[in-house]
Design a protein. Structure first.
Length: 487
């Protein structure tokens, strides 16, 4: 059983002083570690370390900060095996998915943020008022309290610390209680990369530790990726001290398929988009709206592709998707399907809990659910896709926008004009055309409505962790005196 320290504070891995918790491998159900997580007192120590480090780190040049982030990116790649073991053991995601996809992407994110931090400029000097020169300067916010989710533990930790540290902030980062190990290792690698003690601190624990972090008076900004419910709680707590918040919350992404779309491409793309990371992705395709004349053909093709997805041991290189994060979460996902069927919906493929250990659940396609049902409106967060027909373009847009969420969406059509019209009408932070899920370090990621606000990735993410200072300089006036005049 692995030894885990519950914190990484002020440059050192330290035992937590909070409650003892157990980590369970979701693929086997076996206990992998028992350790003491952080306490509220540990949070206080971590915030104090971050505040003390801020004065030094924020005064370093952008180039100096960039060099540390670039070294950290190299260390992620050099420690790929250890990081992969942490992620697979904690979250159940397949080895190849993380090692060949998410880990290289996390390193690319860091390298992008290193450069973006060096191009963080205010506006040039200008005379905005007669007799004065004004300058706008981008300054770091201060100590950032960050809460990362369990579905992408390492990647989304990087999405927070990368732009925040590049801009000159310091951070106390709380990973999800069930997936802490890659983040704790990240803290150690950051120190090895040359990050000064106290700039990045990691505290483990559940909601109580997150609440202590959000409420701490020396935390100037809170950044959370999580459910909409958690985001509302953070907003409420932060409002008491007028803290800045950055919220990347839930999603219920619609995919609008028109009759002129390539059915084979739709089936391949949406089967993957609905099941990547076992559907535990806030941008996953979850609502499939198909033009009625193509509905039966598309449903049949998508079901065939979903049924062919290989579910199994995440350490087996032939596995496409592994288990869900826990048996409790698997039961929650299955509950949505059971209630939908009881209300008259039909399971086209999947929908059965497999026997044996682990938290596995098959790719599942459901038809016949009502637009206002919980399966269509609520975030299931599993490999479950629900299909509904539409008759007109206007109806498709209305159905897609009939949601509390607004994170992601996709449009599938061979008509460029339609693609542009529909894209401009969808209430979503990102819309793909003839694909669903791809992202890039240079492109912003974030939602609207119940999916929160603020951007991850891109230059916009770095701006999220800054404040604008206006510096106004009065022009010197030298009065002429007789004594100064030449003879």
């Amino acid at each position: 059983m692995e030894h885990v320290t519950g914190t990484f504070i002020d440059g050192s891995a330290l035992e937590g002083t909070g409650a003892e918790v157990t980590l369970v491998d979701p693929a086997t159900g076996e206990t992998t570690a028992r350790f003491a997580q952080a306490s509220a007192a540990d949070v206080g120590v971590a915030v104090a370390a971050a505040r003390a480090a801020f004065s030094t780190w924020s005064r370093k040049t952008a180039g100096e900060r960039a060099r540390v982030l670039l070294r950290l990116a190299d260390l992620l790649e050099a420690n790929a095996e250890a990081l992969t073991a942490c992620e697979v053991g904690d979250s159940g995601k397949p080895t190849a998915v993380f090692a060949d996809g998410e880990l290289p992407f996390a390193a690319d994110n860091l390298r992008f943020f290193a450069g973006a931090g060096r191009s963080l400029e205010g506006s040039g000097a200008g005379v905005l008022s007669d007799g004065y020169t004004s300058m706008l300067i981008r300054r770091p916010v201060g100590v950032v309290g960050a809460v990362a989710p369990w579905n992408f533990p390492l990647v989304m930790a990087i999405w927070k610390l990368g732009p925040a540290l590049a801009a000159g902030n310091t951070m106390v980062l709380k990973p999800a209680p069930t997936t802490p190990r890659s983040t704790l290792l990240l803290g150690k690698l950051a120190a090895e990369a040359g990050l000064p003690a106290g700039v990045l601190n990691v505290v483990t624990g559940g909601a109580d530790i997150g609440e202590a972090l959000v409420a701490h008076p020396d935390v100037a900004m809170v950044s959370i990726t999580g459910s909409s419910r958690a985001g509302r709680a953070v907003m409420g707590a932060a409002a008491a001290q007028t803290k800045r918040v950055h919220l990347e919350l839930g999603g219920k992404a619609p995919a609008l398929v028109f009759a002129d779309a390539d059915v084979a491409a739709v089936a391949q793309g949406l089967a993957m988009a609905a099941t990547y990371n076992s559907g535990q992705d806030c941008t996953a395709a979850t609502r499939l709206y198909v033009e009625r004349s193509a509905y039966d053909a598309v449903v049949e093709a998508v079901a065939e592709r979903m049924a062919a997805i290989r579910v199994g041991d995440p350490r087996d290189p032939s596995t496409d998707i592994g288990p869900l994060v826990s048996r409790e979460h698997r039961d929650r996902v299955h509950g949505f399907v059971e209630r939908a069927v009881a209300a008259g919906a039909k399971v086209v493929c999947g929908g059965e809990v497999p026997e044996g250990p682990g938290a596995y659940y098959p790719p599942t396609l459901v038809t016949g659910a009502a637009q206002d049902s919980e399966l269509v409106q609520d975030e299931v967060f599993g490999p479950v896709l629900v299909a509904l027909p539409f008759d007109t373009e206007e109806q498709a847009v209305a159905l897609a926008n009939h949601s509390a969420y607004g994170l992601a969406s996709s449009v599938w059509t061979s008509d460029v004009s339609r693609a542009l019209r529909v894209t401009h009408s969808l209430e979503a932070g990102v819309t793909w055309v003839n694909d669903h899920l791809p992202i890039a370090s240079e492109a912003p990621h974030g939602g609207v409505k119940g999916s929160g606000f603020g951007k991850d990735m891109s230059h916009e993410a770095v701006l999220e962790y800054t404040v604008t200072q206006h510096v106004m300089v009065k022009h010197a006036v030298v009065e002429a005196h007789d004594s100064f005049r030449p003879a």
